[in-house]
Design a protein around this ligand. Structure first.
Ligand code: UD1
Ligand code: M6R
Length: 371
C-alpha cells in the first residue's frame, strides 16, 4: 500500500524515520545513574565472545548492501581494533579468496536471497568462518544459514532501488560495532556519544527529508545531463557510491561515485565547466581535505554541488555558482545515514522528471537469485 505516495520508492524514502526507529527498538539502553549506555543485540549474545576473538572481519554483500557495509567499516575498525576486509560477494567467489576459521564473515543482504551472497556464505561456511547475517527478510536463506545475526527490521521494501534498507543496515552495523567494542572502558565516551546520536537519528532524518522540494529543484537543473560525478571519502565514500548507484539504477543517468582521495589519480581529467559534480563535505576528520578538493575542482571550473553541514556554507563555498545541500550534523559515523537521504530524493525526482519507471527500473529485479 503506497498510501498518499505515488511510488514505493518515494514512500520508502519518507518512512525512514520510522524504519530506523524499528531497527533500534529494544536494542539500545539509555543508561542511568547505575547502568551505562549499552547496545543489546539478542541475535548475537551467544556469539559475541567468539566474534571479539576473531582475527579479521570480512564484510560481504552486493550493490547497496555492500555500500552499507562500507559505510559501517570505519566505526567497526575503530571500536573493535580488528581489521575489516570488504568483499563483493561475486568477486570473493571468482578469486576463491582465502577465508579462515579465525575470520568472522558478515553477510549483508536485504532480501537474504541474493545468489552471489548466498554462494559466498556456503563458501565461508565450508572454510570454517563464523558467519553472521545482517538481513531484513526473516526466514530468508541467508538468515537461516548464518550461525547468528541481526534482523534490521526495516519492514518490507518493495521498490527495486533499496533506500530504507540501506539506512537500517548502516544503523544495524553501527550497533554491531558498539556491541563488539562494548568490553573496553577506553572507548566508553565515544560509544555513549554514538548511542545518544542513534536515539536522535530518526528526528535528524525527519529534518533532512524537508529538503525534498530543494532536491526536486536540483533534479530539474540536472534532468538533461549525460553524466554526474559524486566525490566522498572516509565515512562518506560509501555515500558517494550509493548516491551514484541510486541515480544510475533508477534515473538511468551515468553517474560515478568516487573516492575523493583518488581525484588526482585520474578522475580530475574529466572535470570541466559542464560536468556536474557532487562533493560530500560534512564535518568529520576528513573535512579539511574535502575543502581542498573543493578548491581544486573550483580552480578547474568544476560545476559544483556541495553537501555540507548547516552553518558551513562559507567554509565550503568557493564561488557564487556553487550549489549547496545543507544537512543537519550528527555523530560522524552516523552522518552517512543523513547524507544519503538528499541523494535518494535527487535520484527519485530525476527518475520522475525523465519519465522512467521508478519502482521497476528496466532490466533489474528486486532480488537477484541467479549468478
Ligand atoms: C527476537 C525476535 C523478535 C523479538 C525479540 C524479543 C524474531 C525473528 N525476532 O529479536 O521478534 O521481539 O527477540 O527479545 O523472532 N539471525 C541469523 N541470521 C540473520 C539474522 C538473524 O542467524 O541474518 C538469528 C539471530 O542470531 C537470532 C534470530 O535469528 O537467533 C533472531 O534475530 P533477531 O530478530 O535479530 O533477534 P532479536 O532482536 O533478539
Ligand atoms: O537483497 P540484497 O541486499 O542482497 O540485494 C543486493 C543488491 O542486489 C541490491 O542492493 C541492488 O544493488 C539494489 N537494486 C540497489 O538499489
Amino acid at each position: 500500500n503506497k498510501g498518499s505516495f505515488e511510488h514505493y520508492m518515494q514512500k520508502e524514502i519518507h518512512e525512514q524515520p520510522e524504519s530506523l526507529t524499528t531497527t533500534m527498538r529494544g536494542r539500545l539502553i539509555r543508561g542511568g545513574s547505575s547502568k551505562g549506555k549499552n547496545v543489546l543485540l539478542g541475535g548475537l549474545k551467544d556469539h559475541l565472545m567468539s566474534i571479539r576473538r576473531s582475527r579479521r572481519f570480512l564484510f560481504i554483500g552486493c550493490g547497496t548492501s555492500y555500500n552499507a557495509a562500507l559505510a559501517a567499516r570505519p566505526i567497526l575498525e575503530e571500536l573493535s581494533g580488528i581489521p575489516v576486509t570488504m568483499e563483493i560477494a561475486s568477486d570473493l567467489l571468482d578469486r576463491r579468496g582465502p577465508v579462515y576459521r579465525e575470520d568472522t564473515a558478515v553477510f549483508v543482504s536485504q532480501s537474504g536471497e541474493t545468489a552471489d551472497t548466498l554462494n559466498a556464505l556456503e563458501y565461508a561456511l565450508d572454510n570454517g568462518a563464523l558467519c553472521v547475517g545482517i538481513t531484513n527478510a526473516v526466514g530468508s536463506a541467508i538468515a537461516r544459514k548464518t550461525h547468528c545475526g541481526v534482523h534490521i527490521n526495516a519492514g518490507c521494501e518493495i521498490g527495486v532501488a533499496s533506500t530504507k534498507a540501506y539506512t537500517s543496515q548502516i544503523v544495524a552495523m553501527a550497533m554491531l560495532a558498539l556491541a563488539i567494542g562494548g568490553d573496553t572502558i577506553s572507548n566508553q565516551a565515544r560509544r555513549d556519544a554514538i548511542i545518544d546520536g542513534l536515539f536522535d537519528l530518526p528526528n535528524k532524518v525527519r529534518e533532512v527529508l524537508k529538503l525534498d522540494q530543494e532536491m526536486k529543484d536540483l533534479a530539474e537543473q540536472l534532468v538533461a545531463e549525460q553524466s554526474l560525478l559524486m566525490f566522498g571519502r572516509g565515512y562518506n565514500y560509501a555515500t558517494a557510491l550509493e548516491g551514484a548507484l541510486k541515480v544510475k539504477e533508477v534515473a538511468l543517468m551515468h553517474t560515478e561515485g568516487m573516492l575523493a582521495g583518488e581525484m588526482k589519480h585520474g578522475p580530475l581529467a574529466l572535470v570541466d565547466e559542464n560536468l556536474p559534480i557532487v562533493v560530500i563535505a560534512t564535518r568529520d576528520s576528513c573535512f579539511s581535505k574535502q575543502q581542498s578538493v573543493i578548491q581544486q575542482l573550483h580552480a578547474r571550473k568544476g560545476r559544483l554541488i556541495v553537501m555540507c553541514n548547516r552553518g558551513d556554507a562559507a567554509s565550503v563555498c568557493p564561488g557564487e555558482a556553487t550549489r549547496l545541500i545543507e544537512v543537519p550534523q550528527v555523530e560522524d559515523c552516523l552522518q552517512p545515514v543523513i547524507n544519503i537521504v538528499p541523494l535518494q530524493l535527487l535520484a527519485y525526482h530525476l527518475t520522475v522528471l525523465r519519465g522512467y519507471n521508478v519502482d521497476q527500473p528496466r532490466n533489474l529485479a528486486k532480488s537477484v537469485t541467479t549468478e
